[in-house]
Design a protein around this ligand. Structure first.
Ligand code: I6G
Length: 686
């Protein structure tokens, strides 16, 4: 039966909207909706066309790829159509795909090649006699944009191939992308120069490659992995995809090291889960995994549908971005009085989690991203990171949208708000008088890395302060079951557990205690440094600013914060209260002699993403062995520890001839410092 008029209208609207968003994405590199929203529009149109085949007209975006080339570029006709990929959004979609192709081939347990789906720009590269002669974007799949001159500036793309057994003429296809680190550095530079930043690495990669001036492309940190081929003499093809890729690798064409061959759909799922768990640590952004049949003859049997091969599918990860509206911008007061603008959002599901707030960091950031109250915005929630607004969509701005203005007085206590010259952070000047700062200070005191008071969560702290059952953190130690039983929703057992946790926390360490006090700029590492240097609380309390600066890595700012903290009568009262409550610790271990602090006098710089440690953990490890961890490379650096995507610090270290350790060599050195020279020799490049 033909579709009814309203259904027909909806399909027409969807076709129009998708066409519009295709041009924003493919031609302007400036999408107006998050990818997930786009996918939803496409899925809706596909479902309508499945139900009403008469709607599946020629020219529907479900039957086409991308968008026509932009007029600014000359055109390249693809000798073999450059198609897109079908998507699987669920396990069921993937099982359907497997069933479909197994049925058509008459075999089960098929072999697949699997690899990450990079979030970049697909390109076609043609080689003749081993020389790159043409590069093109996908365009609409038939005709792409000629980007040869720009592509030649990419170091990852060989202008001339190694070896000589390549076909006279052939075409490879792959993804140009911008690694996360390069993206961050590019945006940092743009910020410094007051220029526009890119919303994400995909837009940055596409915008950098689709430039009229190749010199601009040359200065952008672009990379490339080949994922397949287009035109290729059939009689020179091997049997499998992985053999093709192995050949390409020999010729100097980069292929993704995460490419694997797996057996059956279960191994595809296992690969998907593994990659999803590592998604945040990969040096580039991915939005899913691609599965393709390994056997090239099987591919030929299955062939192509209108816009995608039947033998491949992209299994998408849950989305990290969504579009929603900013309904208000509130100001949150942190532990140190910093005022952070927070966007209150119309609730939106991002990768299965409902997001209602996103941090806006500071006023500069709000203005730089031009975010107004009432705006539509793209929000991003990657892994467990706090959601943030990636960009506003001024094109969709309602007339009544309002600018954000940082209040002149603290919303929690009414004290004046100060913004120090040269700093972007506005601060409430109320100190612990401010209930918001006070609340955050108590939460920090109880937190895991501070006094570790298990069971004293945020809600409980709110109640204790609101009901005035505590005034300072010292009062926590006067709580008893009877008082706690007056709190809402605190069962007797939980109250008992809390009392137990409070008792246990009385015995702590000096570094933890110093960290728990919440002194400005005294994080875990600085607290440990101060404890190591001054050995006991009284000596630290008595130290003047100059003396404080004799400790490693303690500069004038931290010294001033520490000095001032111990001169405030209120703080001294709280300290006395805590001592009276029986907070105690063992004396700091004897100043360890050199054998136990093998890194004394050595400075490490940690850069890039490590596998088994966070950079903070690695720095702590260096400190615990007597070394210094510095933020930048200089001639004084003893070692640089380089993880994935190490960026410019590694380049500088190599230029200065500083020994480079990879993570394994670093850990080996920590365990067996005497092995230093041997480990570095293997880790130093070239
Ligand atoms: O657009 C694509 C990205 C990645 C692809 C692709 C891919 O493999 C990793 N593979 C094919 C076969 C196609 N597009 C058509």
């Amino acid at each position: 039966m033909g579709a009814s008029a309203p259904v027909r209208q909806r399909a027409a609207q969807l076709r129009k909207d998708i066409g519009f968003h295709n041009r924003r994405y493919h031609q302007l590199d400036d999408p107006l909706i998050a990818d997930a929203e786009y996918d939803r529009l496409m899925q809706e149109l596909l479902a309508l066309e499945r139900e009403h085949p008469d709607l599946k007209i020629t020219g529907s975006p479900t039957q086409r790829v991308g968008a026509a080339p932009a007029a600014a570029f000359s055109e390249v006709q693809h000798p073999v159509p450059m198609l897109s990929l079908d998507n699987a959004f669920s396990a069921e979609d993937l099982t359907d795909f497997n069933r479909r192709i197994s049925q058509r081939l008459g075999r089960e347990n098929l072999t697949f090649v699997v690899e990450p789906k990079l979030d970049g720009l697909a390109v076609s590269l043609t080689y003749e006699q081993g020389v790159l002669v043409r590069a093109a974007t996908r365009g609409d799949g038939q005709t792409g944009e000629n980007i040869t001159a720009n592509t030649r500036t990419l170091r990852a793309i060989p202008g001339r191939l190694n070896g000589k057994d390549w076909p006279e003429q052939f075409e490879i296809r792959g993804e140009v992308f911008m690694p996360k680190q390069g993206f961050r550095e590019l945006n940092e530079r743009a910020l410094g120069a007051g220029e526009k930043t890119f919303a994400n690495p995909r837009n940055a990669a596409a915008g950098s490659l689709r430039q009229l001036d190749p010199q601009v492309t040359a200065n952008r940190p672009l990379d490339f992995y080949c994922y397949g081929y287009g035109l290729y003499p059939a009689d020179q093809l091997p049997e499998t995809h992985s053999e093709v890729m192995a050949r390409f690798k020999i010729w100097g064409i980069p292929t993704n090291p995460e490419l694997h061959v797996v057996q059956g759909i279960d191994e595809c799922f296992a690969y998907y889960n593994d990659l999803q768990s590592r998604r945040q640590t990969l040096p580039y952004e991915i939005d899913g995994v691609v599965y393709k049949l390994e056997n090239l003859r099987d591919r030929e049997t299955l062939g192509f549908a209108a816009r995608a091969p039947r033998w491949a599918i992209a299994h998408k990860f849950p989305a990290e971005e969504a579009t929603t509206r900013v309904v208000a911008i509130d100001v949150q007061v942190g532990r140190t009085g910093a005022l952070t603008p927070v966007a209150r959002l119309e609730p939106v599901s991002v990768g299965g989690v409902t997001v209602t707030n996103a941090t806006l960091h500071n006023t500069d950031e709000v203005h730089r991203k031009d975010i107004r109250i009432g705006d539509m915005v793209i929000v991003r929630r990657a892994g467990d990171v706090i959601p943030e607004v990636v960009k506003s969509l001024p094109e969709l701005r309602p007339d009544e949208a309002a600018m954000f203005i940082m209040p002149t007085h603290c919303p929690a206590c009414g004290s004046e708000v100060e913004t120090i010259e040269g700093e972007t952070i506005a601060r409430c000047s109320g100190g612990l008088y401010c209930p918001a700062q006070h609340k955050e200070a108590v939460k920090h005191f109880a937190s895991r890395k501070a006094m570790n008071i298990d069971g004293l969560g945020d809600k409980l702290v709110d109640q204790l302060l609101e009901k005035q059952l505590i005034n300072t953190v010292a009062d926590l130690y006067r709580l008893n079951i009877e008082v706690l039983s007056r709190l809402d929703r605190l069962a007797e057992k939980s109250a008992g557990n809390l009392i137990h946790a409070l008792n246990a926390s009385r015995y702590t360490t000096l570094p933890r205690f110093l960290f728990a006090l919440g002194i400005r700029e005294v994080g875990e590492v600085t607290a440990r440094t101060l404890a190591e240097q001054f050995r006991d609380l009284d000596t630290l309390k008595a130290a003047d600013e100059m003396t404080l600066q004799t400790a490693p890595d303690i500069g004038p700012t931290v010294a001033r914060h520490v000095f001032t903290f111990f001169r405030q009568p209120h703080n001294l009262e709280v300290l006395q209260g805590l001592t009276d409550a029986g907070i105690h610790w063992d004396p700091m271990p004897e100043r360890t002699h050199e054998a136990a602090l093998p890194f004394i006098g050595q400075t490490f710089v940690i850069t890039g993403a490590l596998d088994s440690l966070s950079r903070e953990d690695a720095r702590s490890l260096v400190h615990s062995l007597g070394g210094k961890a510095a933020g930048s490379v200089s001639a004084k650096t003893s070692y640089i520890v380089a993880g994935a995507e190490p960026g410019s610090k590694l380049d500088k270290a190599l230029a200065l001839g500083i020994p480079v350790l990879d993570e394994a060599a670093f850990l080996a050195l920590c365990q067996n410092p005497a092995s230093g020279a041997a480990s570095t020799a293997t880790a130093t490049e070239e």
